[in-house]
Design a protein around this ligand. Structure first.
Ligand code: IVH
Length: 684
C-alpha cells in the first residue's frame, strides 16, 4: 500500500470506527459485532504503526490508552466551574422559585429538569470540532488536565459529527461508572486482594486520576453531558442547545424535560425518587435549571452558585428489618467494628444482610438490642448502616447489647484511645487478623505491589505458620511454599475445593517478593501500615525527610511542621517508631534490601532557598494554581503548613482568601505576600 492509499484507508477506518463507537456507546444500538469491530481497529492500529505520519491524536485507536501521565498538568478554567446549591424539600424548591420570580418579574419562563448524575464533573473543550482538552473541576478555578484518560471514554466524541457547532466551545458533564462496570471492577479487585471501591462515584474518580491511561480504558467509564458554554451558541434555550449537541455526537440523557412551573418540577422529582433504583447508574438527585440563557444571565451568580439552577438531593433510602446478632470484626490496625447480622432485606436494588453499627457509643445512643426491628440506610460506604430502632416493635425483655471487653480473635483486653470512638485490640504483634491485615496491606498494589500473593494466598501461608510479620516474607524459600494447601468451600458450587501451591505459583510469589525490593521509599513507608499514614502522607514524609532515619529521629514539632501532617498523624508516627519492635522490623527489612531513602531522581529539591521557612498558601492565584505554588515552596526546601501560627514565615495570599487567615496573620505580624512577591522572593 502506498502512502496515499494508507492515508485514505486510515481516514475511512477512523470514520467507520467512530460511527460504530457512537452507535454502541451513545445510542446503545450496536451496528457491528465485537469481532468485526476488533478487526477494523486492528487494521487501523497496524496502518498507523506503519505510517506514523498519519497518526492523529484524536484517532479512535487512542481510545485504548497507553500514555502515562506522571503528574496532571493544572489548567485554568476559561469559565469558573461552580457547583450548585442544594435543596432537600419541596418547600425549599418553592423558595427557589420565589427568588427567581422576584428577580425576573413577570417574564414567563420554563424550567429544565435533569437527572443529577453521581460522578465527577468534567469540562471538555472542542476547537474546530476536535477534543482539545478535558479538565476536572479541581478548585473550580484550576483543574487537572485529564485529556489522555478522557479520550479512553468511548461515549465522548474525539471528533464531532457535522453540525453547527461554534469554532470553540466548552461542554460540561459528569463522568460516572455504570453499575455493570462497577460490579466487574470490584470483583476483580476482590480477587486481587485489593480493597473494593465503596461506591461507583469513588471508583469513577479513582479511575480518572490513574496515571496509566490503558488501565483507565478498561474501567468502563461513561459520560453524560449537561451544560453547553461559550459564545455564539446555536440557541438561546439551554434545553435546545443540549438536545442539539446530540447531533454533534454527545451523549445527553433522554430523561431531560421542560416544566412550565415548580409544581411540574416537583412531580418529576417524585417520579424519579421512585424510579431511580431501576437506572443502570447512580443518581443522587435532580438538577433544576432556568431554560432561557438570557434569563440565566439576568439571574447571575452568587459567590458560589448560579442563581438560575439548583440541585434537589434525594434522601437516602431507608428500610427496616430484624437485627439477628452482632459480630465484632478486627481490622488491620486492631480497630474493632461491630457489624450487625440482619434478616436479608432489599435496599436500593440489592439484598442487604449485614450493616455497620459503628462503635460502642452509637450502639448505646440508639439503644439497639438483638431482635429489634432496625432502620437500615445506604450511605457512601460499601456496607450499609443502621440509623435507628423501631421502638414500638421492641419485644418486652430484649436484652441490652453488652460491648465486648476482650478481642474476639486473640482474647487481649481491648483499649480505647482518649477522644476516639473505636475500641482497639492492642496486640498488634500476634493478633491473627491484624497480622494478616498488615501483610495484605503491605503487598497491596499501591504499597509493595506483590500481586502474585493476592487471592487469599497470604492467608494460606499464614495458616501454615510460615508468616508472622511482613519481614518474614523476605525469608520465604521455595521449600517453605511448595505443596502447602488449604481447603475451602467454593462460593459458586458450595463444594469443598483445595488450593495447593504448585511450582509456577511458588516461583511467581518468590519473583514478586524479590521485585518488591525496588519499590520506592514512599511506597515502602505507606506499606508499613502506620496508623493514619495513607499514600499522600507517606509521600509527604518521604519527600520532606528523604530517609527513614530522619523520620525516626524527627521530633513531634518537626513532623507537625510538614504539610498534611497534624498532631494526630504526628503522634501516631512518633508512637510507631518509639516501639522497639518497629525498629527491629525496619532493620530486618533494611537488611533484606528494601528502599528506605528517596533516590536522586525522586528528590525534587531544586534549591535550599526556603530552608527553615514555612508558608501558608491561601486563595486563588493568577499565574499558577495553589498546588503549583506549594510545589515551588517544597522544591526549594520550604515547608507548606495548613494553619497560620507564630512560626509561619509568610502567608502567600491570593484572591478570595479566607478572611480569618488574613486577620490571624495580621495579628501575629506574619508578612502577607502576593503571588508576584513570592515569585520575586523565589528568584532573588
Ligand atoms: S449543572 C452551573 N447538571 O452536580 C451548573 N450538574 O453541584 C453546573 N451534576 O458539580 C452544573 N448532574 O458535577 C449540572 N444534570 C446536571 C448534573 C450536574 C450531576 C453534578 C456536577 C456539579 C454538581 C452540583
Amino acid at each position: 500500500m502506498d502512502s496515499d492509499q494508507a492515508k485514505n484507508r486510515i481516514l475511512d477506518l477512523s470514520l467507520q470506527i467512530n460511527q460504530h463507537n457512537y452507535s454502541y456507546y451513545v445510542l446503545s444500538n450496536p451496528t457491528i459485532s465485537d469481532y468485526d469491530f476488533d478487526i477494523l481497529l486492528e487494521e487501523l492500529i497496524k496502518l498507523e504503526n506503519q505510517f506514523p505520519e498519519f497518526l492523529n491524536s484524536n484517532s479512535p485507536s487512542q481510545r485504548v490508552g497507553g500514555e502515562i501521565t506522571k503528574e496532571f498538568k493544572q489548567i485554568k478554567h476559561k469559565y469558573s466551574m461552580l457547583s450548585l446549591g442544594n435543596t432537600y424539600s419541596s418547600e425549599e424548591l418553592k423558595d427557589f422559585d420565589e427568588r427567581i420570580k422576584k428577580i425576573i418579574g413577570e417574564t414567563p419562563f420554563e424550567y429544565v429538569c435533569e437527572l443529577k448524575f453521581d460522578g465527577l464533573s468534567i469540562g471538555l473543550t472542542y476547537i474546530e470540532g476536535k477534543l482539545s482538552h478535558a479538565v476536572t473541576r479541581g478548585d473550580g478555578v484550576f483543574g487537572d488536565d485529564v485529556t489522555t484518560n478522557v479520550k479512553t471514554i468511548r461515549s465522548i466524541p474525539l471528533i464531532l459529527k457535522e453540525g453547527n457547532y461554534p469554532p470553540e466551545f466548552e461542554i460540561r458533564g459528569e463522568i460516572f461508572m455504570p453499575h455493570k462496570s462497577f460490579e466487574k471492577l470490584n470483583l476483580e479487585r476482590n480477587s486481587n486482594g485489593e480493597l473494593p471501591f465503596a461506591n461507583p462515584r469513588n471508583a469513577a474518580s479513582g479511575s480518572l486520576k490513574m496515571q496509566d491511561s490503558k488501565e483507565v480504558s478498561k474501567r468502563g467509564l461513561d459520560c453524560f453531558l449537561y451544560y453547553l458554554l461559550g459564545e455564539n451558541l446555536p440557541f438561546s434555550s439551554h434545553y435546545e442547545n443540549l438536545r442539539n449537541t446530540k447531533n454533534w455526537g454527545f451523549k445527553v440523557s433522554d430523561f431531560m424535560i421542560k416544566c412550565k412551573n415548580i409544581e411540574g418540577v416537583i412531580e418529576y422529582i417524585n417520579d424519579w425518587n421512585l424510579q431511580r433504583n431501576e437506572l443502570p447508574f447512580d443518581i443522587d438527585g435532580i438538577v433544576i435549571k432556568v431554560d432561557s440563557i438570557p434569563l440565566q444571565e439576568k439571574l447571575g451568580y452568587t459567590a458560589k452558585n448560579p442563581r438560575w439552577a439548583i440541585a434537589y438531593k434525594f434522601k437516602a433510602e431507608s428500610v427496616s428489618t430484624k437485627l439477628l446478632s452482632i459480630d465484632f470484626q478486627v481490622g488491620r490496625t486492631g480497630s474493632i467494628t461491630p457489624v450487625a447480622n440482619l434478616e436479608p432485606v432489599l435496599l436500593s436494588g440489592s439484598m442487604v444482610k449485614r450493616a455497620s453499627l459503628h462503635n460502642a457509643d452509637i450502639i448505646k445512643k440508639i439503644d439497639v438490642r438483638i431482635g429489634d426491628m432496625v432502620f437500615v440506610e445506604k450511605g457512601g460506604e460499601i456496607i450499609p448502616k443502621i440509623t435507628g430502632v423501631d421502638l414500638a416493635l421492641r419485644e418486652n425483655n430484649a436484652p441490652e447489647v453488652i460491648y465486648i471487653e476482650n478481642c474476639p480473635e486473640c482474647g487481649t483486653k481491648l483499649t480505647r484511645i482518649e477522644g476516639e470512638a473505636n475500641h482497639y485490640c492492642p496486640n498488634d504483634n500476634t493478633c491473627p487478623p491484624q497480622i494478616k491485615g498488615k501483610i495484605e496491606h503491605f503487598i497491596s498494589r499501591k504499597a509493595m505491589n506483590i500481586d502474585s500473593l493476592g487471592e487469599g494466598k497470604v492467608e494460606i501461608i499464614f495458616d501454615c505458620g510460615k508468616l508472622n510479620n511482613i519481614a518474614d516474607l523476605y525469608d520465604l524459600k521455595y521449600e517453605d511454599l511448595f505443596g502447602i494447601e488449604k481447603s475451602f468451600i467454593a462460593e459458586d458450587t458450595g463444594k469443598e475445593r483445595i488450593m495447593r501451591f504448585m511450582e509456577k505459583t511458588v516461583e511467581n510469589i518468590l519473583k514478586g517478593i524479590e521485585a518488591s525490593k525496588s519499590v520506592s521509599f514512599e511506597k515502602v513507608l505507606f506499606a508499613l501500615g502506620i496508623r493514619y499514614v495513607g499514600e499522600t502522607v507517606a509521600k509527604k514524609l518521604a519527600q520532606s525527610f528523604k530517609n527513614i532515619d530522619s523520620i525516626i529521629n524527627a521530633s513531634l514539632e518537626d513532623l507537625i511542621g510538614t504539610e498534611e501532617i497534624g498532631i494526630k498523624i504526628a503522634e501516631s508516627v512518633k508512637n510507631y517508631f518509639s516501639n522497639p519492635e518497629s525498629i527491629s522490623l525496619i532493620n530486618r527489612l533494611k537488611e533484606k534490601g528494601l528502599r528506605f531513602e528517596i533516590t536522586e531522581e525522586e528528590n525534587t529539591t531544586v534549591s535550599n532557598k526556603f530552608e527553615g521557612l514555612s508558608f501558608v498558601v491561601s486563595g486563588v492565584f493568577e499565574k499558577y494554581s495553589r498546588d503549583q505554588i506549594k510545589k515551588m515552596v517544597e522544591e526549594n526546601s520550604g515547608k507548606n503548613v495548613a494553619a497560620i501560627s507564630a512560626k509561619t514565615s509568610y502567608l502567600i495570599a491570593g484572591d478570595n482568601m479566607g478572611p480569618e487567615k488574613k486577620k490571624k496573620a495580621e495579628k501575629l505580624n506574619i508578612p502577607i505576600i502576593s503571588e508576584t512577591e513570592f515569585l520575586a522572593l523565589l528568584n532573588e
